[in-house]
Design a protein around this ligand. Structure first.
Ligand SMILES: CC(C)(COP(=O)(O)OP(=O)(O)OC[C@H]1O[C@@H](n2cnc3c(N)ncnc32)[C@H](O)[C@@H]1OP(=O)(O)O)[C@@H](O)C(=O)NCCC(=O)NCCS
Length: 175
C-alpha cells in the first residue's frame, strides 16, 4: 500500500458520477483485482441512470475511488452495493468507508434500513471494509452463501456470500 505524489497531501473530493466518468471508472475497476470487469457500457449506464446511488472520488483530478450501488427495485429499504474500488495508490486512508457513509447520507437513501453486498470468502479487504462499516453504524452483520459456484456460475466463479447489514433505529438516516 503506497502513496504516490498523486495522493500525498491531496484532498479527496467525493461526488456523484456523470456519464463522462464511465471510461475512467472502467479503467479503475480493471486495475482493482479481484473485482469482475464489466463492459465500459455497463459503467456508463451506472454513472448515468444510477448516479444518485453511486460515489466517485477524485484526487488531483484522478479518479481513485468508486462505489456502484442501487436501491432494490422491489424493496426500496434495501441498498445493494455492487462494487467498491479504491486505487492502490489511495488505499489505507479510509476512502472505502467514507464512500459508504457518504452514500447513506444521500437523500436517495433516506428510507434505507438495510445494506447488502456479496463477497467471496477470500476477499479479506472487502470483509474488513463492510465489517468496520457495520461496527461504525452500530449495525448487525450477517452472511450466507447466495450466488453459488455450481448453481449460478457454472463452476467458473467462487461462491458469493450475501452480506446483510441491518441499520439500527438510531443510525437510520431518515431525517
Ligand atoms: C476493499 C477496498 C475498496 C478498501 O479500500 P480502502 O479505502 O483501503 O479501505 P478503508 O481504508 O476504508 O479500510 C476499511 C477497513 O478495512 C481494513 N482493510 C483494508 N484493506 C484491507 C486488507 N487488504 N486486509 C485486511 N483489512 C483491510 C482497513 O484496515 C480498515 O479497517 P480499520 O477501520 O479497522 O482500520 C480496496 O482494498 C480495493 O479496492 N480492493 C480491490 C477491490 C475489492 O476487492 N473491492 C471490494 C469488493 S466489492
Amino acid at each position: 500500500m503506497q502513496n504516490t505524489p498523486t495522493t500525498l497531501n491531496a484532498k479527496p473530493r467525493l461526488r456523484k458520477p456523470n456519464s463522462e466518468d464511465g471510461a475512467a471508472i472502467w479503467s479503475l475497476v480493471k486495475d482493482c483485482a479481484p473485482l469482475d470487469e464489466n463492459s465500459m457500457y455497463c459503467n456508463l449506464i451506472q454513472c448515468d441512470h444510477f448516479r444518485d446511488t453511486c460515489v466517485l472520488v477524485e484526487m488531483n483530478g484522478d479518479v481513485v475511488g468508486w462505489v456502484s450501488a442501487y436501491v432494490l427495485p422491489d424493496d426500496t429499504e434495501t441498498l445493494f452495493v455492487w462494487q467498491v474500488a479504491v486505487s492502490e495508490k489511495a488505499r489505507g486512508q479510509g476512502l472505502g468507508g467514507r464512500m459508504l457513509n457518504a452514500l447513506l447520507d444521500r437523500e436517495m437513501c433516506a428510507d434505507v434500513t438495510k445494506v447488502q453486498t456479496t463477497i467471496t470468502k477470500d476477499n479479506e479487504a472487502s470483509w474488513a471494509l463492510f465489517t468496520r462499516f457495520a461496527d461504525r453504524e452500530g449495525a448487525s452483520i450477517e452472511s450466507e452463501p447466495h450466488f453459488k459456484r455450481d448453481d449460478h456460475f457454472d463452476g467458473e466463479h467462487a461462491t458469493e456470500h450475501m452480506v446483510t447489514i441491518k441499520l439500527s433505529e438510531q443510525t437510520k438516516r431518515a431525517a
